[in-house]
Each structure stands twice: as C-alpha cells, then as structure tokens.
Design a protein around this ligand. Sequence first.
Ligand code: PNS
Length: 170
Amino acid sequence: MTTVVCPGSFDPITLGHLDVVRRAATMFDDVVVGVAKNPGKSGLLDLETRAGLVRAALASAAEAEPGLARVSVAVVPGLLVDFCREIGAVAVVKGLRGGGDFDAEQPMALMNRHLSGVETIFLPGDQRYAHVASSLVKDIVRHGGPVDDLVPAGVTEALRAALGQPAAGS
Ligand code: PNS
C-alpha cells in the first residue's frame, strides 16, 4: 500500500483543496489529509475545527465518489516529515495554482527531502479554482460577501462563527 499525505493549513478547506485530494485519491491507495500549522499564516480556525470541516467535506463528496471514503484526516502536531515517517508516507502531494505557489512550496519540498528523504509531488491546480484561496475566502466572509460556491458545505457557517458573526438567516 502506498501512503501519501496531502498537507495544508486548510484554514478553511476550499473546493480547490478538495479537488487536489480527490485527484490524489485516484492515484494512491492511501491518502491522508494532514492539517498543519503554517507559521507564516495567522490562522482563524483551530486545527481540530479545520480537520472536522475537511472530514465533513470528504464524507459528503464520498456519496458521489466512494473512493474518497478511504481518505483519512489527521492533525499534524509538529514537523510534517515526522508525521510522514510515523504513518509510513512515501510522498507529500500538493496542488499548485501558479508560479506564486511554486515559489512558496519549492523550499518546503526541498527542506522536507533534506530532512527525511520524503519526496513532494506537485499537481497543477484545476483552472476552475485558480483564484480560490483560503485567505480570500476569509476576507470575503469577514466583509459579508458570498463564498458558498468556493467552499464545501458548512465552511461558511464555521467561518462566520469564528468571526463572531450571527448565523445566516438569524
Ligand atoms: O496550506 P499551506 O499553508 O501552504 O501549508 C503549509 C504547511 C502547513 C503544509 C507547512 O507549513 C507545514 O508543513 N507545516 C508543518 C510544520 C513543518 O513541517 N514545517 C517545516 C516545513 S519545511
């Protein structure tokens, strides 16, 4: 069995993230989504909330794509390479929306390989989601804008709650 990790901040998960996980699951037997802290980002949702939203998104998507039921989700407590070693993952799979993402990801990929030998596989992000970023989603919700077509069900409500906004319709 080949295990890979799809790591990320997932603060919150977007449809772009989900697309990358879905595509990883068509190629590898065992895909683990690793929800981790990025020290360069401030973070709105706590890690367990992020992981819960990823699990809910996968459970819902698995109704149409049963392969997604095999995907598991875990919080990465420390270094990604330690987590990969612990679960026996041979590679990290990351989506790239464009050159900016590559510039950010390449040093991490090289450092992870330096630290442990774990390889990183980059998947080109689907063009439908090239503009979708968790940071933009949060900013839009903060200002009362619509994001329901950018994120899985339940994410908007979780962001509104974290921002201290009233639930929609109340
Ligand atoms: O979604 P992001 O913010 O691009 O994901 C980056 C993330 C969380 C995968 C990265 O910051 C990470 O691996 N954090 C865990 C701690 C770690 O291993 N740091 C060293 C990276 S070389």
